[in-house]
Design a protein around this ligand. Structure first.
Ligand code: G4F
Length: 341
């Protein structure tokens, strides 16, 4: 007897995680549908091979539009939904708090309402985040209290409490939160700090740029590889009962460490000079390649994130494959290769 192919709907398919997840699910034999928001720049840049091979069905729409979400779930008739669409920039959430709440919180409410009408047994993955822990003391696990400090963290926490925990307990919906710590890759947007660093340093190495600017160098993040993390999303939805999981490497580094590792991977020897807003990094010839700009600091900062993912390792059998040094190296190699063309 031929088994029915599973259908998955991915919101946020055009982003870093969405593009890796779409490739992963296509390889597993899923029928994959992706919600695509209209933008003036090419939204499918990360998905070209899937687009031209017609392996994914793209559906126009966005998280603010109930009619579009209704149409998307009616077309996809999903067995699984991965809600990755978000205003995902923490810094921007301080200047656009309403938009952040609208998309990251109310958007999930609209999606659940439409999805449950089409298939009450649908399994839903919600992209929750370590930003919800905010000021909580590290290491952070599923048992740690939430203390978000940004509008982004607050919107994601409300979505987690009202729609993930709330709908699971009150309506018996199969929905899980993946509480993912920072995850990066060559597909990361250049406004996030890791890709900003690798892309800027690769340009400096090739003589295409003189210097770049950063904000807080002392913030600590638990950085993993996005390609590893999307597998955990899928694993969560294969369990008989829905549960929430922290996904992290268990290793934390400062932004400064990331700069040093990336410079090292390019054979740029850097030295630090000065303090605070006047701090600079110079190359071995004494040229300033990095300075601090106050405008990249946030009104409130999450100082230290370090995840304890022992539950995901034990219950899902998940573990990260790419370590910090390897992650930096693969991002640097990608940027160097692309820029050299
Ligand atoms: O790369 P970031 O912008 O990532 P952030 O704020 O940690 O958020 C990312 O990870 C979250 C998971 O914890 C996701 F939920 C979220 O959607 C996003 O993917 O900043 C990392 C750190 C911050 O402490 C920031 O203040 O880098 C610091 N930083 C220093 N200079 C900078 C810069 N961040 C950015 N974006 N640009 C800078 O010039």
């Amino acid at each position: 007897m031929k088994l029915k192919r599973k259908s998955a709907l991915i919101t946020g398919i055009t982003g870093q995680d969405g593009s890796y997840l779409a490739e992963f699910l296509v390889a597993k034999g899923y029928k994959v549908y992706g919600l695509v928001r209209r933008t003036s720049t090419d939204p499918l840049a990360r998905l070209e091979s899937l687009y031209f091979s017609h392996k994914v069905t793209f559906i126009n729409g966005n998280m603010r539009d109930s009619a579009a979400l209704q149409r998307a779930v009616e077309i996809a008739k999903p067995d699984e939904i991965y809600n990755l669409a978000a205003q995902s920039d923490v810094g921007i959430s301080f200047t656009c708090p309403e938009e952040t709440m609208e998309v990251n919180y109310h958007g999930l409410g609209r999606l659940l309402y439409e999805a449950m009408k089409v298939n009450p047994k649908v399994r839903i993955y919600q992209a929750s985040t370590s930003e919800m822990f905010g000021r909580s003391k590290p290491p952070q696990s599923e048992k740690t209290d939430f203390h978000p400090v940004s509008p982004y963290g607050e919107a994601k926490l409300r979505a987690h409490l009202d729609y993930v925990v709330g709908y699971r307990e009150k309506h018996g919906l199969y929905i899980c939160s993946g509480i993912l710590f920072n995850h990066e890759s060559p597909r990361r947007g250049k406004h996030f700090v890791t890709r900003k660093i690798t892309h800027s340093l690769a340009k400096i190495k090739l003589g295409l740029q003189d210097k770049f600017e950063l904000g807080n160098l002392e913030a600590k993040r638990d950085w993993g590889f996005a390609g590893d993390y999307i597998e955990a999303m899928w694993m969560m939805l294969q369990k008989p009962m829905p549960e929430d999981f922290v996904v992290a490497t268990g290793e934390s580094h400062t932004v400064r460490d990331f700069v040093e590792e990336a410079a090292g991977a390019l054979n740029i020897k850097i030295s630090w000079h000065g303090k605070g807003l006047r701090e600079l990094a110079k190359d071995e010839g004494g040229k300033v390649i990095l300075s601090i700009n106050k405008s990249f600091f946030r009104p409130e900062e999450v100082v230290y994130l370090l995840g304890n993912s022992s539950k995901a390792r034990k219950v899902l059998g998940w573990k990260p494959k790419v370590k910090f040094k390897e992650l930096v190296k693969l991002m640097i190699e990608h940027d160097l290769k692309n820029l050299a063309h």
